[in-house]
Every structure is written in structure tokens, then in C-alpha cells.
Design a protein around this ligand. Structure first.
Ligand code: GLU
Length: 485
């Protein structure tokens, strides 16, 4: 059996977007599922779109996402160079373009800008494209040679027939047939000598023995032209998997500016890499049993590209937040603490036991920035409405709360040990002596020490963190508030 070889072939044009990462992930999973090789190839032939530093982002993102490549510019596997601008210098693209010219499957085109701009245009998928009229196809061999000898600028174009049709196969979409007359004579080699993406991807996928090509379905409409190139060369066509569009909640294409469309932006917003990767895996793919939480190892085992859906996938930040929360819950504490600490320190400057606070919030947050809202009351007692003491289910009202706090104050003043266990004992002894329910006492105490309706821990755990002095000050404040009410 042939070894499965997949490639992630990004263009270094900026941040790595969710859609790019999904292609990389699926390519990685297809390869690893079959114990094949996952390769990284940098497609930098479009020099105008090249962005300084973008290649580093690609490396960083793959590493953080755990998508280790077996081959690439930094790991030679015998198929290099792995950067298209370096491949170009080996003459590979020109060599194959000339082979096509020999076969009348391609031709030199010397048309200048003026002539091209006078040609008909057509609107294809919202973009205005020029339809080349095959003018230069009729040049004689001698004319071509004279032009080349005179140093006239040229491009090399694919020669698509006016008759017949071309069929190509996509693993998800099945067979797709188009009339050849609809295929424009796309440029294979540009006037700067660089190949176009359209040409380079075919030459490279073939010469690098790629078996599966996964990419966004914006390439679907060009695929018949790639098919014609493969056929012209007599090369075996790799399996194509064109992925569904990723949209936002409003079913519009996920905009690059949406704020959470790039992997690094998401990490900066406090998401965990594993959770983002898990979530992205489900943007278009689902397992048979609709399970949702997968480690990368589990994805490798379960991933079957035949189960990728053709319908657009909605990027739902609420769902991603939920998933991230699930990851935080099961994360081991030390890792969690390492990541949470900077966020805790941002909200808490006093000498608190941050580890204890981290343990309190671990199961209550979805992303790290949620920490602030959970813990800020430790730093200073927030302004709160006295009506918060009234709780129907706990059977508390302003009067009962005042009574409880006033009775507890001297007891808590006498108490030496402000550890949670011993505070809890004190409060439950008081509950027993009063013959009431726990909540009747715990509710007003927790309200007084936190000023919050919802807290990441119970009254006595909060008091332990605050310490004796601050806890008493807050209880006295509560008594004052209740007396003034
Ligand atoms: N360089 C192309 C891009 O970044 C890759 C498309 C492909 O995977 O073939 O969109």
C-alpha cells in the first residue's frame, strides 16, 4: 500500500486563521490516522502578498496546536526544498511548464497590459475576471522564439480546449464535470518567473508524492483546471477533500477581522490550545456517536474524512467557551495554576493564598479572563444592595440577617483559628443552637463577606482567604447596612 502523505501548504500572508488551522488539522489527522507523513510546505510565490514574520506564525501555531510535521523547511525528508521560492530556483516549475508547451497544453503569451485590459471580463463568484482570448496561441514557433530572443516579457498559460468536458473527483462532492469552454487559460508562470499557486500546487503535490489534498472549497471551482494539468502530465491525481465554508453566527463567511478568527488571537483571549483544536476539529466533522470532547490522540484514532459535512460550519464562540470550560475542569491543577496565575495577579494585589482561590474558580470559569469577575470581591468589598440579604428559599430577610450577624460577631471576634474547617464548625454549632437551617446563617454571612450573590466558594472558605481582620470588618459593615435599611 502507498504511504499516506498529506501536506499543509500555507501562504505566509499573515495570521493563521481558524480555516487554515482546520485544513492543517484535517491533513494532520488523515496522515496520522493512517500512520502516514504530514508535511509542511510554504507557498510564497505570491511575493506581493508576502508578510514579514508570517512564516514564524505558521511554525508557532502548528507547534502550539500540537500538529507536529514530519517534513518541512526545518525537517528534510528528502522531498525538499519545502519553500516554493526555493523550489523555483531549482528550475522545477519552468521545466514542467516547458513540458506542457511541448504537448500544446500550454503556450507563451506576450500580450501587454493594454491589450489585456481591452479584453472581455466576466463576473465569476463576485469577482471580475478577464477571459483570455487565446490570441498568443496562434503565434508560430518562429514568432515565439523571436519574442523570447528580444527579451519580450511573457507569461505561460494553460491551453484549455474549447470542446469537451473535464471531470474531477472530490471525496465529499463526488464527481464534478464542467465544460472545457468554461475554463479560462490560467497563467502557470508569471512574468516575474514565479509560478502561480495554481501551477505550483499541482507540480509540488505530485513531485512530493502527496496522496490527499485538503483545502477550503474556494478552490473547488479551479479544480477542473488542476485536473487537466494532471491529465496533461499523465500523473495520478491525489484524493481531493474540499472543506465547507466556516461562517459566523449570522451565517456570513467568518471575517478575518472578527476578533476570534485567528488561533493566536484566541489564545490571547484566554482559550486553551487543546480546546481550540478540539473545537476546530468539529467545524465540519463529527464522529458517529456525536461525542464532542476529544484529545488530539483520540481525534487521530477517530477521524474519518468521509464524515466531513458539506454544509457550512458555524463558528460559535459560545460553544467554544463551553468547550474551553470543560478543558479547564479536567486540566491538572498545576498546569491550570500556571496559566491562571497572571490573571489572578491582575485582579488581586493583596497577600492572598492564590492557589486556594485558583482551586475555587477552576470549575467555574470558561476562559481565563472570567477569573476577574469571580475573584475581584476578595480585593475589596463591592458596593452591594442590602436587599441581597433577602432570600426566600433560605428564609432570610433583613431582620433575620441583622440578628444572625449581630449574634455571630462576638463569637467570630473571639475565634482565633480562621481556617475553613474551624470556621465552619463555629457556624454550624451556631446553626444547631439556633435550631435553624444552614442557609439561614450561611446566606447572610456570605453576603456580608463577599457583597456578591454568586461566589466561587462558601462563606467560611471566603473568610479563610480574607483572614480575621477583613472578615470582621465586612461583617460589621453588613450590620451597619442592615441597621440603616
Ligand atoms: N497556499 C494556499 C493557501 O494558503 C494553499 C491551498 C492548498 O492547500 O492547496 O490558501
Amino acid at each position: 500500500m502507498t504511504k499516506i502523505r498529506t501536506r499543509y501548504a500555507p501562504s505566509p500572508t499573515g495570521k493563521m486563521h481558524v480555516g487554515n488551522l482546520r485544513s492543517a488539522l484535517y491533513e494532520f489527522l488523515i496522515a496520522k490516522h493512517a500512520e502516514g507523513d504530514f508535511m509542511l510546505r510554504i507557498e510564497d510565490t505570491d511575493q506581493e502578498r508576502f508578510v514579514e514574520g508570517a512564516t514564524e506564525i505558521i511554525y508557532r501555531t502548528l507547534e502550539k496546536a500540537g500538529l507536529t510535521h514530519d517534513e518541512g523547511p526545518d525537517k528534510d525528508g528528502g522531498y525538499g526544498p519545502y519553500v516554493q521560492s526555493e523550489r523555483m530556483k531549482t528550475g522545477i516549475y519552468m521545466k514542467y511548464a516547458k513540458e506542457l508547451i511541448e504537448k500544446r497544453e500550454a503556450y507563451y503569451c506576450f500580450c501587454d497590459k493594454e491589450r489585456l485590459s481591452s479584453l472581455k471580463t466576466e463576473v465569476v463568484e463576485g469577482k471580475e475576471i478577464m477571459i483570455y482570448d487565446k490570441h498568443c496561441l496562434s503565434l508560430s514557433k518562429e514568432e515565439v522564439e523571436a519574442n523570447l530572443a528580444a527579451g519580450k516579457p511573457y507569461v505561460i498559460r494553460q491551453n484549455n480546449p474549447q470542446e469537451g468536458s473535464t471531470t474531477f473527483h472530490d471525496e465529499l462532492y463526488g464527481d464534478i464535470t464542467v465544460e472545457n469552454a468554461e475554463l479560462d487559460d490560467m497563467i502557470l508562470i508569471k512574468s516575474d518567473g514565479y509560478p502561480t499557486y495554481n501551477f505550483a500546487n499541482v507540480v509540488d503535490d505530485h513531485t512530493m508524492n502527496i496522496t490527499h489534498v485538503v483545502r477550503g472549497n474556494e478552490y473547488l471551482s479551479s479544480s477542473p483546471k488542476y485536473q487537466r494539468l494532471y491529465e496533461a502530465f499523465g500523473w495520478e491525481v491525489p484524493a481531493y477533500v474540499h472543506l465547507p465554508l466556516i461562517t459566523d453566527e449570522n451565517h456570513k463567511k467568518l471575517a478575518k477581522r472578527s476578533g476570534h478568527s485567528s488561533f493566536e488571537d484566541l489564545l490571547e483571549q484566554g482559550f486553551v490550545a487543546e480546546a481550540v483544536v478540539n473545537y476546530i476539529a468539529l467545524l465540519g466533522w463529527s464522529p458517529e456517536d456525536n461525542r464532542e470532547i476529544f484529545s488530539l490522540e483520540e481525534l487521530i484514532r477517530e477521524f474519518d474524512y468521509r464524515r466531513i459535512s458539506k454544509s457550512p460550519a458555524v463558528f460559535d464562540i459560545v460553544k467554544l467557551r463551553w468547550m474551553n470550560g470543560e478543558y479547564l475542569k479536567t486540566m491538572d491543577f498545576d498546569t491550570f495554576y500556571g496559566m491562571a496565575e497572571p490573571y489572578l495577579r491582575q485582579s488581586l494585589t493583596k497577600d492572598f493564598d492564590l492557589k486556594k482561590i485558583a482551586a475555587m474558580v477552576k470549575t467555574r470559569i470558561e476562559v481565563f479572563p472570567d477569573i476577574a469577575g469571580q475573584v475581584d470581591f476578595f480585593e475589596s468589598l463591592p458596593e452591594y444592595d442590602v436587599q441581597m440579604y433577602v432570600h426566600k428559599k433560605m428564609k432570610t430577610d433583613l431582620g433575620s440577617s441583622l440578628e444572625v450577624l449581630q449574634e455571630l460577631l462576638p463569637i467570630l471576634e473571639r475565634q482565633e483559628d480562621y481556617g475553613n474547617d474551624s470556621l465552619y464548625q463555629t457556624l454550624t454549632d451556631y446553626v444547631a443552637q439556633k435550631g435553624c437551617k444552614n442557609g439561614y446563617v450561611m446566606w447572610p454571612v456570605r453576603t456580608a463577606v463577599s457583597g456578591r450573590q454568586m461566589t466561587p466558594a462558601g462563606a467560611t472558605e471566603i473568610m479563610e482567604i480574607l483572614g480575621k481582620e477583613e472578615s470582621l470588618a465586612r461583617i460589621r459593615k453588613g450590620i451597619e447596612k442592615l441597621q440603616d435599611a
